[in-house]
Design a protein around this ligand. Sequence first.
Ligand code: HEM
Length: 397
Amino acid sequence: MEDHMTTDLSADQDAEFRLPEPEVAKRPGDYYGHLRSRCPVAHTPTFGGFWILSRYDHVRDAAMDTAAFSSAGGVTIPLTPTPPSLCLEQDDPEHRLYRRPMQRWFSPARMAALESAVRDVVTECIDAIADSNRADLASSIADPVPAMVIAAMLGLQRDEWPFFREKNGEYFRLQALGDAEGAAAAVQSLVDYLNRKLDERRTRPQDDLLTDILTLEVEGRTVTAEEALSLAFLLLAAGHETTVGAIGGMLYHVARDHEVRDRLIAEPALVDRAVEEALRLEPPLPGLGRTTRDGAEVNDVVIPPGEHVMLLFAAANRDPAAFDDPEQFRLDRRSNSHMAFGYGIHRCVGAPLARLEMRVVLEEVLRRLPGVRLREDDEVEVVYNFSRTYRCLDAEW
Ligand code: HEM
């Protein structure tokens, strides 16, 4: 299948995949610019070899062209030993069967009903640091909020979040390091954990998402135990890892730029724009994979059949052909059609929840810690393990 060895690559296609390098993970703008301008259809030998699309139009068109670019071969690069992801790793018509019912779980009415619970979680996290005048915003806010919120939605015990957050990060990290056995063990402990929780719901249904999953009807029948596990796994994983990265990126920009922070305090109506701008500049899932079915042609480059292709949403989001002044965090950007949530049929189903969490975090941080400022930009670390996560956001107020 991976016949790139026989593919004749020209010099402007051969590229390194540099996101795992700490400096590039933190400030990826130059790398993305290099890819877009020098090798917009690049090939890298990393992770067994894959292609990278980085221009806005190319990424958008590939995401739309599901006949040429399939999700069914897995969308993580490298592939991870997780249960097959229903919906995310399926093409239509199968994809649609699971996507439709899931959309109901993130409807505007459900999100409105959830807002006060999200605010309670955020308040609890800020209460723990407000009096100390200094804290790491990554470990005290970005890390716990999404994990506690998805735990509440699924019906998991709140204090169990450090366990599933750690295991979830572990399987990506170990897989990327080539430790397939360790990654599989981390996945298995999450599978065992979720199976136990699902079993509890089978004997005693609750008013929570795990119970909704068990009773989901697909094509006139209730989902099987295997399908239920796959959906629970997907929601648990997708439901926190990404939002942790998104909140970290947003707090980074607001805490390091006093003008942005003060303008948001003066004009709270701009909070939604700050959320979108953070998603555009710092999308926590920089790139997702597809597999070419019969081969594809992009920018006059032929990609053979059966090749893995990364749609680098993060580079597309900084494409000057699509955004003015793309490297800047701007609150006056009126239209912002970023692709942090993907594009086309797989566009993130949990986006309303992620946006709700980001908005509430920003509102509460600005209200409770109005003088918040980053102490040392140099201390901030960004780790790329398939998703992009901020660490050491040491701030004072
Ligand atoms: C800021 C946070 C988030 C980001 C940046 C994000 C990003 C994405 C992206 C880029 C996709 C498209 C995948 C593809 O094209 O292959 C996606 C799909 C998906 N996301 Fe999210 N996501 C976030 C939060 C969430 C949350 C909170 C949930 C659920 C609790 C969630 C559940 C899903 C699911 C189920 C899919 C698959 C949709 C489909 O295949 O139709 N995501 N997400």
